[in-house]
Each structure stands twice: as structure tokens, then as C-alpha cells.
Design a protein around this ligand. Structure first.
Ligand SMILES: *Cc1c(COP(=O)(O)O)cnc(C)c1O
Length: 369
């Protein structure tokens, strides 16, 4: 008697890290073994910083760190921001928890319904005499209205910190988006577009702030027995830089695969019933295809689609849900109905270099069902 087995359906996670050929990583490790320099600003970290600076065409050095969250925290310290800050409720929790961890008080301002980034008018309305900074995420790699934010900050004397965790490689009007604001932080976490397992980098606008970022990440050292000031340990290790360099060698492939899969989604979901208009990408901005998000017409429709996808071993994520202004532990001021509405209806679909056209077609078919 013959029993035929159906091939098990391949699970599709929301993302999968890109891994370079194993031998390439080993080759870079070989050098670490020879030098016996495992961390503390070694040659691989320096090489990665140089590559990141050149890639983004930055006037100032990309300062590599152990992770992106520490980059945000050091930014608050370097800019002397410790009071009230205005931020977005539509982001990963780190955008809010990092200033809170630094002792700041959060005020949430609402987002624009089409770009999903902070609404400049809502920022203005949220300013009080105690406001010190605007902490703005470039959501899904879509730049904030950086020109309006710069004008508000200049008029009110506020610092601007961009959470550019999603914005690797994004340009605005032909220049890197990382050149806006006092400090920008990019995450190099394994789940991000470009990664070093764990990691991140910061870019400052002025030489003074850049110098602080540089020494604050290594306990404030100015030589073995001297100190510029108080710092913390946020150094990237050589092992992490080695991964970053290996992934860097494949950047063009990574970007073109993600772009192709995103375009497959655009075609597969065109006119799909139940879906609302997607994100409006900022005019003048380039896209990095870091995420593929869709907005449903209602939360009920979203939940039905998620259930169908889960039963077929497809695992999208509700980025970002819940809206952070509703999270009690963040203890903020501000009620943001636009963010709450968007959060209830937004879904990030699987997107990674491991997916092919057929995987995207399968996801689209399930959503259309
Ligand atoms: C990933 C992420 C962070 C944190 O970055 P890590 O490198 O994981 O510390 C911060 N903000 C946003 C918006 C993120 O997506």
C-alpha cells in the first residue's frame, strides 16, 4: 500500500537575516586570530565605519556601536537632553523607551495618516516651555518631514534626534537622510535591512557632538589613564564588524532582491479587496525596501487575514501595534487617534532575501482569500 505524503508547507517568517557565505566570514575571523585584537576600535570596526561613511556620502564619520538602542541613549547624553521630549507613538518601543531610560519625560505627538511619520503640526501643538528635543523615527525607511521639523527646531531652539533604525541607505533630495537632525541612529540588528548581528551606528551634525559620541561609547577614555568625561561601554566588537563587512559585500544583491519581492507584492496585491491605500512615500526620498507594510480597511479584516496566514505557516507581524501612547508603562502625555487607528490596521508582510516570487504569490493569494 502506498501512502503519499504532501510536502510540508514551507513556513515563511516575517524576515530572515541575510547570511554571507560561511567561508567569507571565516576568512575575516582568521585575521582576528592573527591580530588577537577582539574589540576596542580594531581594524575591522574602522573599515566598516569607513565603508558606511562612504556608502552614505557623509561629511562626518559613522560611529559604530554595539547596538542601535545605545546609540539613541548616547545621543541624549551627547546633546544634554534630559527633560521633556516629543516623539512618535507609531514606532518600535525603543524610540520611546530609550529617552525614558535616560530620565526624559515623553510627550507623544500624532502622525500623518499617509506617511505614518510625525505630523509637524502635532509637534508644534505638543511643545511646552519644558520641551528639549524632538525624537523622530523614519518609519519603515520613509523620511520624516525633515524640512518642517528643522524649521520648528530652529524656531524653538530644540534638539532633533532621528531614529533612523530603518533608514539605511535612504536619500532625500539626493543626499543621505542621515545628514538631517543633530544626531541620527541606524540599527544594524539582524532583523534589519543591513546587519552586523547586533550593532548600530550614529552620525552627528557638528564636530563637537561627534567627538562626544566617539568617546562616550568607550567609557569616556582619552588614552589609558585620562578621561574626556563620563561614558559607557557601547563598543562594537571585531566579530560583529566582520559580519557587517561580509554582508556589505552583498549589499547590491540584498537591495535588488528586496526590491523585486516588493514589486511582486505591488503587483500581487493591486486592487485587493479589504486593503486601504498604502504608505505615501515622501516626495524626493529614495526607497530602501526595508519593510513591506499594508493597511487593511479595518482591524477585523486584518485579524481574519492574519488568522488565514498563520494557518498556512506564514507569519507577518503587526508593526507597529499597539500605538505607544496606549502603553501604560511608557507613562506619557498625549492621545494620538491617527496612530491608534493606523496601528490597529497595519501589517508588515514577510520580506527577506530568502523569499522568491512564488512565496510572495502564496502570501498574496492568502490575503486575497
Ligand atoms: C530596531 C529598532 C531600534 C533598536 O535598534 P537595536 O539595534 O535593536 O538596538 C530602535 N528603533 C527602531 C524604530 C527599531 O526598529
Amino acid at each position: 500500500m502506498h501512502i503519499t505524503h504532501m510536502p510540508p508547507t514551507k513556513a515563511i517568517p516575517v524576515t530572515e537575516p541575510f547570511l554571507p557565505p560561511f567561508k567569507d566570514y571565516v576568512r575575516r575571523l582568521q585575521g582576528i586570530w592573527e591580530r588577537k585584537l577582539l574589540t576596542n576600535d580594531g581594524p575591522l570596526v574602522q573599515e566598516l565605519e569607513q565603508k558606511l561613511q562612504t556608502h552614505h556620502g557623509l561629511g562626518r564619520m559613522a560611529r559604530c556601536l554595539a547596538n542601535g538602542a545605545l546609540g539613541l541613549q548616547i545621543a541624549f547624553k551627547a546633546l544634554g537632553v534630559a527633560g521633556e521630549v516629543i516623539t512618535s507613538p507609531f514606532s518600535y518601543v525603543a524610540t520611546a523607551s530609550c529617552p525614558l531610560w535616560e530620565g526624559c519625560r515623553l510627550v507623544f505627538a500624532d502622525i500623518e495618516p499617509d506617511s505614518l511619520t510625525l505630523d509637524p503640526q502635532a509637534i508644534e501643538a505638543a511643545i511646552t516651555p519644558r520641551t528639549e528635543a524632538i525624537v523622530a523615527p523614519h518609519v519603515f525607511g520613509n523620511p520624516c518631514d525633515v524640512e518642517a521639523i528643522a524649521a520648528i527646531a530652529a524656531k524653538r531652539g530644540l534638539a532633533v534626534i532621528y531614529d533612523a533604525a530603518h533608514a539605511f541607505g535612504v536619500n532625500f533630495k539626493g543626499r543621505s537622510i542621515l545628514e538631517w537632525g543633530d544626531v541620527s541612529m541606524v540599527s544594524l540588528h539582524a532583523t534589519k535591512l543591513f546587519h552586523s548581528v547586533e550593532g548600530g551606528f550614529v552620525v552627528a551634525q557638528t564636530p563637537e557632538v561627534d567627538a562626544k559620541l566617539e568617546w562616550m561609547r568607550r567609557f569616556g577614555h582619552n588614552g589609558p589613564g585620562d578621561f574626556h568625561g563620563v561614558g559607557i561601554n557601547a563598543k562594537m566588537s571585531e566579530f560583529h564588524a566582520a559580519m557587517g563587512l561580509c554582508v556589505f559585500d552583498h549589499l547590491d544583491t540584498i537591495l535588488s532582491l528586496r526590491r523585486s519581492r516588493s514589486e511582486d507584492y505591488d503587483v500581487g496585491l493591486a486592487g485587493c479587496p479589504g486593503l486601504a491605500d498604502g504608505i505615501a512615500w515622501r516626495t524626493g526620498a529614495s526607497r530602501n525596501y526595508a519593510y513591506y507594510s499594508v493597511l487593511f480597511e479595518s482591524e477585523r479584516m486584518l485579524l481574519r487575514a492574519v488568522d488565514r496566514l498563520h494557518r498556512a505557516s506564514v507569519f507577518p507581524r503587526r508593526y507597529f501595534h499597539p500605538s505607544l501612547d496606549t502603553v501604560a508603562s511608557l507613562g506619557s502625555w498625549g492621545d494620538c487617534p491617527v496612530s491608534q487607528d493606523v496601528s490597529s490596521r497595519v501589517l508588515c508582510l514577510p520580506l527577506s532575501t530568502s523569499m522568491d516570487e512564488d512565496d510572495v504569490a502564496r502570501v498574496c493569494e492568502l490575503i486575497r482569500g
